[in-house]
Design a protein around this ligand. Structure first.
Ligand SMILES: Cc1cc2nc3c(=O)[nH]c(=O)nc-3n(C[C@H](O)[C@H](O)[C@H](O)COP(=O)(O)OP(=O)(O)OC[C@H]3O[C@@H](n4cnc5c(N)ncnc54)[C@H](O)[C@@H]3O)c2cc1C
Length: 541
């Protein structure tokens, strides 16, 4: 680095990509040396609570960035330490004049970002924050709605329609004129610079390699772009056949998933690229004759909605202090069943094969299908075990590859009838037997993740306790010995819980300041339920 030259730093947190990266564009200036960095500060990129699957996905994403940077003549500088200390050192040692990053809109990052912005103010460093993790800037949406978040999904749709279409993705960067800097070797003791991208072992973590996998998710932009190409083929087929949202229309638990949720969470894939690719494709296929509406990317809009709902609510991930969440008297932690119930749910040992398959898939692979998330979340909360959704959120945050504070908490509140629900009037709770049977009639999914039941006849896969004992012996799996007894009897538990919900609803009727869905259709769409759903959900008397 020449002594006169100042520097510009791109701080990756999420947004782990080159394409459609406005912060990257802002950091590349012809008069400055360019430094791309990532900091392990104990929370960025969701590292506060993180299991090995997600950590591996993150490290793979960083490795992919590093490889791409090396191809253009730079490397990714990966630090451990406090962001303010690192930037203070960079301001002095490499004359950092500009610091750029993508907006992390959730309030859990505000303390970190405010400290950095304050430092920049004091040190004369220009701080540039760009919105590209969401389609619209959540703060702008709130402003357009009169200063408060739109409380219902329909209100949200209306508000964003007044703002207009989300921006299109930015062009790729021209690397040919970018000047790269090197870091000095004398680094202070309280800052640690990794020699390259660290490994799982550097964090004392080990890959979970047990059991059969449906897919081994690999992090990084390169992989995300390749997966997008496959995903587009699926969408294209659906558009040509006259429908959309194929993942929702035909939930397939046993086919290799085409999900992009983890890539979106880490920003390996730009949400704007995903959104506009689908809309352009839809218009191309229908030659502009059909108006493309937001429904063809409806799930992405739920993601926006949950981000926007959380943006000014630091208590969004908890019950009691959260103004949009109902206080439901879930089973107290002091109850002697509490820990046992929670542990058995987490380990996939509830005795309900469909629930157990999903919970084990979560531990093994870090991802489960939306319909299975609905089933296990309903089971933990208002359906069967009557445990608080906060416990479910904590477990999901640790193990999901796409763990996303706003989206995860929003979905947990929704499914547990704690918010976004029609005054607790949703009478459906997921039946762990019929729901599983409908989604996977041959039990292929269950047999993959609950191998104890591999030899059971298909008609007993969802209710193994009904198989006569001598047959259980014959198939090498005795219920209560090789596979657990049912943790509760669903019919009984769900009726009791339903009564509790009704009681809460009646006592709150006059004073609930509760966000609710706009229609029964919205409930059906959120749950990804077919039109006639009475055969796989329980509709209590
Ligand atoms: C209890 C529970 C917890 C969840 N936690 C998360 C989470 O932490 N992170 C997460 O990304 N999704 C979460 N979801 C939503 C959903 O299950 C996943 O986004 C979905 O399974 C991803 O699959 P896909 O990419 O095939 O979805 P697609 O149908 O392809 O959707 C495309 C994208 O839209 C977004 N999306 C889809 N469904 C929803 C939804 N219901 N709410 C908000 N955004 C959505 C995701 O980013 C997804 O990748 C949760 C759902 C439940 C019921």
């Amino acid at each position: 680095m020449s002594d006169e030259m100042s520097s510009s730093v791109l701080w990756f947190r999420h947004g782990l990509r080159f394409h459609d990266n406005p912060a990257l564009h802002a950091a590349i200036k012809k008069e400055d040396n360019f430094y791309p960095i990532f900091i392990f500060d104990g929370e960025s990129a969701g590292t506060k609570v993180i299991g090995s699957n997600r950590m591996r996905f993150l490290l793979e994403s960083l490795k992919d960035l590093d490889t791409q940077l090396q191809n253009v003549g730079q490397r990714l500088f990966v630090f451990k330490g406090s962001p303010v200390k690192i930037f203070d050192w960079m301001a002095k040692s490499i004359k950092m004049k500009t610091l750029c990053f993508e907006q992390d809109c959730e309030p859990i990052w505000a303390e970190r970002d405010n400290a950095v912005k304050n430092f920049c103010d004091g040190a004369g460093v220009k701080c540039v924050e760009k919105v590209s993790h969401t389609l619209w800037n959540p703060k702008e949406v709130i402003e357009a709605n009169g200063g408060v978040p739109p409380l219902t999904y329909q209100m949200f749709l209306y508000t964003v329609s007044t703002i207009g279409n989300p921006p299109r993705p930015e062009a790729d960067v021209d690397w040919s004129k970018v000047k790269f800097g090197k870091l000095p070797e004398d680094i202070p003791d309280d800052i640690f610079l990794y020699a390259g991208v660290p490994t799982l072992e550097d964090f004392n973590m080990h890959a979970y390699d047990g059991g059969e996998r449906m897919v081994r998710w690999v992090g990084g932009e390169t992989n995300a772009i390749a997966n997008l190409r496959n995903r587009i083929l699926v969408e294209e087929e659906a558009f040509r056949c006259g429908f959309y949202l194929p993942n929702q229309a035909n939930p397939d638990l046993v086919a290799p998933p085409t999900s992009q949720s983890a890539a979106l969470r880490f920003g390996c894939l730009s949400v704007r690229r995903f959104y506009w690719t689908l809309h352009d494709l839809f218009n191309e296929i229908h030659e502009g004759k059909l108006t493309s509406n937001q429904n063809i990317t409806g799930q992405l809009i739920w993601r926006e909605y949950f981000y926007t709902m959380s943006v000014d609510n630091i208590h969004y991930g908890e019950m009691t202090r959260n103004p949009i969440c109902l206080d439901i008297p879930w089973m107290p932690k002091t109850n002697k069943l509490h820990n046992e119930f929670l542990q058995r749910w987490k380990e996939g040992m509830t005795g309900y094969p469909f629930i157990d398959a999903a919970m084990r898939q979560l531990l093994q692979e870090g991802w489960i299908h939306h319909v299975a998330r609905n089933a296990v979340a309903s089971f933990l909360t208002r359906g069967d075990l009557w445990l608080s959704w906060e416990a479910g959120l904590r477990h999901f945050m640790e193990h999901l590859l796409d763990a996303d504070w706003s989206v995860c908490a929003g979905n947990w509140m929704w499914v547990s009838s704690s918010a976004f629900e029609q005054l607790l009037d949703c009478s459906h709770c997921v039946c762990p037997v019929n729901y599983g049977r409908r989604l996977d009639p041959w039990g292929v999914y269950v047999k993959r993740y609950v191998p104890e039941l591999r030899n059971f006849p298909v008609q007993f896969i969802y209710e193994p306790w009904k198989l006569p004992l001598e047959d259980q012996e014959k198939y090498n799996c005795v219920i209560g010995r090789d596979y657990p007894e049912r943790i509760v009897e669903h019919k009984v538990a769900s009726q009791i819980n339903r009564k509790k919900m009704e009681h809460i609803r009646d006592s709150l009727m006059s004073k609930v300041p509760h966000c609710c869905p706009s229609s029964a259709e919205e409930v059906r769409q959120f749950m990804w339920l077919p039109e006639n759903c009475s055969d796989h959900v329980c509709v209590p008397n």
